[in-house]
Design a protein around this ligand. Structure first.
Ligand code: ZN
Length: 278
């Protein structure tokens, strides 16, 4: 299994990174793609790959990009910074990048500027893109359409959108990343009914850890792996981690015709091909 979206630079992993990676390995999650969301975070995840490379051989890779929330920080020098990061062998994609009109932490105009600049860089460097989108499917699709011919590949990560958005991304020959969102019978209801439309060879899986703890996992399992600072207050047990990826796959399998094993095998092959990890 390959977890294509892990926020390992999140402070909630700072005290027990090694234990988290060991548990992932024991759970059969053989590779992780660590998500970069800003220049600083992209450097942080790339550094984590390097730091743990000898202990966890060929297991850790990362993306480098500027999340739409951070688009206001985007400057001329950002592209040079990303170019430098992309030259490192562990950096296998550009992103997160895209549009998020749900909360508009950066103005839509700033988001579009940062997004397009990163798409141009991805085209130039021939790197796949890791896409984020929330409440902005129409505009995101419009922009992607004009760049698609120049992009090697792209994945709409943590897809939670409408049927129209899903088919829009598939029409552009993009991949779809599914998280534990699908295990939430309330919030994930629409995704549960849509997931069978994703061709098996375009599907990838991600935990988005430490966020989105799968709802279909036994509470005791999450409690056992709570980060050290939370062990005293049992209430705060909600940290997701890569070792829980099998629960995401199980939740997907519940709404598709393939078995968990078939989904695990196909999404692994897809991620190896997409991020060119072979
Ligand atoms: Zn995202």
């Amino acid at each position: 299994m390959i977890d294509i979206g892990v926020n390992l630079s999140n402070p909630r992993f700072a005290k027990d990174t090694q234990a988290v990676l060991t548990r992932a390995q024991q759970a059969g999650v053989e590779k992780l793609i660590l998500t970069g969301t800003s220049i600083a975070e992209s450097r942080a995840v790339s550094d984590l790959c390097a730091e743990y490379a000898s202990q966890f051989n060929n297991m850790l890779f990362s993306t480098a990009g500027i999340h739409p929330h951070d688009a206001k920080e985007f400057t001329r020098s950002s592209i040079n910074d990303l170019r430098e990061l992309a030259a490192q062998r562990q950096v296998v994609a550009l992103g997160e990048m895209g549009l998020d009109f749900n909360r508009n932490f950066s103005t839509p105009k700033a988001q579009e500027k940062a997004f397009e600049a990163q798409l141009e860089l991805a085209a130039e460097l021939r790197l796949p893109v890791f896409l984020h989108e929330r409440d902005a499917a129409d505009r995101q699709l419009q922009i992607l359409k004009s760049y698609r011919d120049h992009l090697v590949d792209g994945v709409s990560h943590c897809f939670t959108g409408s049927k129209q958005a899903l088919f829009g991304y598939l029409d552009l020959n993009l991949h779809i990343g599914v998280t534990g969102w699908i295990s939430d019978d309330k919030r994930g209801e629409s995704l549960q009914s849509l997931v069978h439309n994703i061709p098996l060879n375009r599907l990838m899986v991600e935990t988005d850890a430490p966020y989105l703890l799968p709802k279909n996992m036994p509470k005791a399992t999450a409690e056992k792996t709570a980060p050290p600072e939370n062990t005293k207050s049992a209430k705060k047990v909600s940290r997701n981690e890569p070792a829980f990826l099998p629960f995401v796959i199980a939740a997907i399998a519940a709404h598709r015709s393939e078995t968990k094993q078939e989904i695990a095998a196909a999404t692994t092959a897809n991620a190896l091909r997409f991020f060119r990890l072979n």
